[in-house]
Ligand binder design. Structure first.
Ligand SMILES: Nc1ncnc2c1ncn2[C@@H]1O[C@H](COP(=O)(O)OP(=O)(O)OP(=O)(O)O)[C@@H](O)[C@H]1O
Ligand SMILES: [Mg+2]
Length: 208
């Protein structure tokens, strides 16, 4: 079983959207379309706002979503467990989250307001943490904000995914419909390929 945690000190930077779409990615690996195998990917919604649980109740997600209490029983037998967390976990909680997982993902928006809390989160992690920053809500071409911040992070020695998540209204539409952006019927669904690219990078990281 592989455990992937999505967290960070800043609110509203795409944590829940990332957790849902990575769980979608891993459910494709785990389930191969079979209803019975859906349990192999579990999203634990440990945010009291229950963003992911509400998302799933508005529509249908291709994996199980439960709060942390109900999820415990389901963890054995899962291939992939993704944990969505509230913004601003206490630094002790952050250390526990980091120590308990195979990979910690810190989503951040490429702007100065988001950069500082992300760097503060990274600094509070235990020294040997396996983590990556994921640039989310990245403005479209010709803006260079995403690529620029990625280059700055790499230069500063901060591990960052090569793939970035573009800014698109599709993620809001998917949230309202209660589905992954993959299952939308309009052209904004192309942004699914961004999370697929991140998923492939994660597979390489966690499978060594
Ligand atoms: N790539 C994106 N493009 C456009 N909008 C996005 C994108 N990712 C997330 N959003 C929107 O940004 C808002 C915040 O996203 P989300 O809920 O995933 O963030 P969060 O970090 O989980 O927030 P919180 O700290 O409140 O839990 C939502 O309205 C979501 O639809
Ligand atoms: Mg959230």
């Amino acid at each position: 079983m592989k455990l992937i945690t999505v967290t960070g000190y800043k609110g509203g930077c795409g944590k829940s959207t990332t957790a849902i779409h990575l769980a979608t990615y891993f459910s494709e690996l785990a389930e191969r379309g079979s209803e019975a195998d859906r349990g192999k990917t579990l999203l634990i919604d440990s945010d009291p706002n229950r963003t992911a649980i509400k998302w799933s109740k508005r529509g249908e997600l291709p994996f199980i979503v439960e709060d942390e209490r109900k999820a415990i029983k389901l963890i054995p037998g899962c291939d992939y467990v993704i944990v969505d967390t509230p913004a601003r976990p206490a630094s002790d909680d952050l250390k526990e989250l980091a120590e308990g997982c195979d990979l910690l993902i810190l989503p951040t928006i490429p702007d100065v307001v988001s950069l500082e809390p992300m760097l503060a989160t990274a600094e509070d992690l235990p020294a040997n943490s396996n983590y990556r920053v994921l640039l989310c809500v990245v403005p479209p071409y010709p803006s260079k904000e995403g690529e620029q911040m990625k280059a700055d992070l790499i230069e500063g020695g901060v591990p960052v995914f090569n793939a970035m998540i573009r800014r698109t209204s599709g993620f809001g539409k998917a949230a309202i419909a209660g589905i992954p952006i993959r299952d939308l019927k309009d052209k904004t669904k192309v942004a699914w390929s961004d999370y697929q690219a991140v998923g492939k990078e994660i597979e390489e990281i966690i499978n060594g």
